[in-house]
Design a binder for this molecule. Structure first.
Ligand code: FES
Ligand code: FES
Length: 172
């Protein structure tokens, strides 16, 4: 027998949503399947890859491990809410410019985790970036481009020159 649905309300990327879902469904499922916000990726579903990372009340969570019910009444930010209208967030700009997003499956999770890092620590060291993003797995990039993109985004957000070096753009 299918469980009866409950009615849940969320604010997602600043917009209020109400939707009916079964109580066992995860936030990841409701975001992707009910709200059509497919930028949040469905990876391992075990809390191991970070592809499903979203922000709930500003904190990164693995949406595959959170029941949609637990997010009721909270503010959820997905990758679709990272840009400011037509203006990409600096993280999006530099992930694209440096090739830190290749197949792109991991990118939303990395950028949302990095957004929180840069809010808490606007000038992180490479080690601090590595630690903050250690719950996110990328199978394409070897991570260096991702770390460089986060460093450049941090510079731009601090109002400093954020011109990528030749090496960052084209390799050695
Ligand atoms: S899909 Fe959630 S951590 Fe992998
Ligand atoms: S860009 Fe492909 S998994 Fe990271």
């Amino acid at each position: 027998m299918t469980a009866p649905k409950v009615l849940g309300g969320f604010v997602v990327n600043g917009e209020r949503h109400q939707t009916a879902f079964q109580p066992h469904r995860t936030l990841l499922e409701v975001l992707r399947e009910d709200l059509d916000l497919t930028g949040t990726k469905h990876g391992c579903e075990l809390g191991e890859c970070g592809a499903c990372t979203v922000l709930v009340d500003g904190t990164p969570v693995l949406s595959c491990l959170v029941l949609a019910l637990e997010a009721q009444g909270k503010d959820v930010t997905t990758i679709e809410g990272l840009a400011d209208g037509p203006d990409l967030h600096p993280l999006q700009d530099f992930f694209a410019e440096l090739g830190a997003s290749q197949c792109g499956y991991c990118s939303a999770g990395f950028m949302l985790a990095a957004k929180k890092l840069l809010e808490d620590n606007p000038d992180p060291t490479r080690d601090e970036i590595r630690r903050a993003l250690s719950g996110n797995i990328c199978r394409c990039t070897g991570y260096i481009k991702i770390f460089e993109a986060v460093e450049l985004a941090a510079r731009r957000l601090r109002g400093e020159d954020a011109t990528p070096s030749r090496e960052a753009l084209h390799g050695q």
